[in-house]
Design a protein around this ligand. Structure first.
Ligand code: ADP
Length: 523
């Protein structure tokens, strides 16, 4: 017994402690009681406890400390500890071991005991230290738990507020879109002279108003996409297609922008690129955003180059690059460039009216295509944005939707097209075609004109309204009919006479889906 056991003079700072001790050996329990009573800083209410003893009793509330013997007859101290915890008692537990074994100590701490002491070196100092440590740890744990709960609560609050802000953005973007579309429509009508003659000055002012509306429209679209992105609703539906026609579709617009800004725009597309898996509208969004930025941040006289080439490793993909000779981006800003709301401020105060959303939207679109986006840039020298699009596998075939009420025609076309490697879906009418388009976007639609219920022109009108860039081929046995005239007035479409020869059908389809080499000249 240590000397300190002799002195039991409770000091001014003494505290009353309820202690429960679990041990199957009454002598050990008695020894522990004597030592505890000898502690100078604590006044101990001691509750020796034995699972099998009828004389054992427990204090009314949770004890301040629990001592538990490592060997409890049939049980180990660990299973005893588990029982204590399972019954909802959170008091700190000190393990008493019969031997000095580091493994037991580590195991004990892992199992959740606050401290451990060895029976053979029991001393008042050791007990005092273990009790003080355990109570201190307990206090810290309570505090950590309190802070964790507080943090969880503020996290929940933040998520709720974030949701509210996101919903608000979504609602106002939608609310802005409708009047904006109508404003644009009326400006266009006025410009066309539908409201009376327009003077040159009025025309000039209206064009400015139209440009401003378009700019607001672009911001509104960014906001809508951002909210869709955050709610996981910005989804892409990739299908096999050529990259080049996608670029060709927006090239006139890009050229117009570049010319306005007195920039030279060049394209260099590697010939014979394989089909890529793309959602054309979304890839157009990425391309135009990158070129828009290049135009914004490059001084007059500079150059923008859009190029695309095949990369074989790590997996076959087409890499597209938009390179400019503009102001560039300083190295430390590059890291965050694709973060939402990020705008380079340090290097240049001019953010050119953007919202800082474009690149993050591009990143998400490219990611959803299974590609990657990255940037290389040097301050004052220019930037190059690269993104990859995975090459379509042989099993990923171009899709054609055949809309015809005649079953025989449907079957014949399906057979011809599928033998040629296309995937063909057939539907018997306009309504069914529109329902099908809601679920997947084919590469091409072959549309009959004379159909009951919803005829060709009505179907075409709906298709052009919601899928304006989807190529449609009109099939008709009477090219001079009123229906064909009506269809042609709606949009420029390709005509195919019915019945048509196999080769004629395939040439028409190929001409649209796989443009010949002559279109691939450098612009
Ligand atoms: P914003 O709509 O504001 O342009 P983006 O996400 O498209 O937002 O771009 C974020 C920021 O990245 C821009 O504010 C600009 O500072 C920088 N940036 C993007 N593209 C270029 C570029 N081609 N040259 C220089 N800086 C660029």
């Amino acid at each position: 017994m240590s000397d300190s056991l002799q002195q039991n003079n409770l000091g001014a700072g003494s505290r009353r402690l309820t202690v429960v001790a679990l041990d199957d050996n009454p002598d050990d329990l008695e020894l522990l009681r004597v030592y505890l009573k000898a502690l100078p800083r604590w006044e101990i209410d001691f509750y020796p406890f034995h699972f099998d003893s009828p004389r054992s009793r427990l204090p009314p509330g949770d004890p301040d400390i629990i001592f538990i013997d490592h060997q409890l007859g049939m049980e180990t101290g660990f299973s005893g500890l588990q029982k204590i915890r399972n019954s909802g008692i959170g008091s700190p537990v000190i393990l008493i071991t019969g031997h000095s074994d580091e493994k037991v100590a580590v195991e004990a701490i892992r199992a959740g005991v606050s401290d451990y002491i060895e029976k053979q070196s029991l001393s008042t100092e050791g007990l005092d230290r273990a009790i003080t440590n355990s109570l201190e740890k307990q206090k810290l744990q309570v505090e950590i738990q309190r802070q964790r709960e507080e943090l969880q609560k503020s996290n929940r609050d933040l998520i709720r507020k974030n949701d509210q802000i996101r919903n608000f953005y979504h609602t106002i973007s939608h609310e802005l879109k409708t009047p904006l579309t109508s404003a644009l429509e009326f400006i266009s009508l006025t410009l066309e002279g539908q409201a009376g003659p327009v003077t040159a000055t009025q025309k000039e002012y209206l064009e400015i108003a139209k440009d401003s509306c378009r700019q607001i429209g672009a911001h509104v679209n960014d906001l809508l996409d951002m909210t869709r992105l955050e709610t996981g609703k910005l989804s892409v539906s990739p299908h096999p297609a050529q990259f080049e026609p996608v670029l060709l579709r927006i090239l006139p617009m890009l050229l117009h922008q570049a010319t306005e800004a007195e920039l030279n725009l060049r394209c260099d597309i590697q010939p014979d690129l394989p089909n890529v898996m793309i959602d054309e509208e979304k890839v157009i969004r990425v391309l135009s955003n990158l070129v828009n930025n290049a135009v914004k941040f490059t001084r007059a006289g500079g150059e923008i180059k859009v190029s695309a080439g095949l990369l074989e490793v790590p997996a076959p993909c087409v890499e597209v690059c938009v390179r400019d000779t503009g102001r560039g981006i300083v190295a430390e800003e590059l890291e965050n460039i694709f973060d939402p709301l990020f705008q380079v401020r340090k290097s240049d105060t001019v953010t050119m009216g953007g919202l800082g959303l474009g690149l993050s939207i591009c990143k998400e679109i490219v990611r959803q295509h299974g590609g990657e986006i990255r940037v290389e840039s040097e301050w004052k020298k220019g930037s190059a944005f690269f993104f990859t699009l995975p090459v379509a596998g042989p099993e990923e075939r171009m899709e054609i939707l055949v809309v015809d009420d005649d079953e025989l025609t449907q079957d014949a076309m399906k057979r011809v097209l599928e033998r040629e490697g296309y995937r063909a879906t057939t539907v018997e009418g306009g309504k069914k075609a529109l329902q099908t388009l809601e679920n997947f976007t084919p590469n091409l639609v072959l549309l009959d004109m004379h159909m009951p219920e919803m005829n060709g022109p009505r179907t075409l009108k709906e298709i052009k309204k919601y899928w304006p860039h989807l190529p449609v081929v009109i099939m008709t046995s009477n090219p001079r009919s009123e229906l064909v005239e009506e269809a042609l007035s709606l949009s420029p479409v390709t005509l195919l006479a019915k019945p048509c020869k196999r080769q004629q059908l395939l040439d028409t389809v190929r001409g649209i889906l796989e443009p010949p080499e002559v279109h691939r000249k450098e612009v």
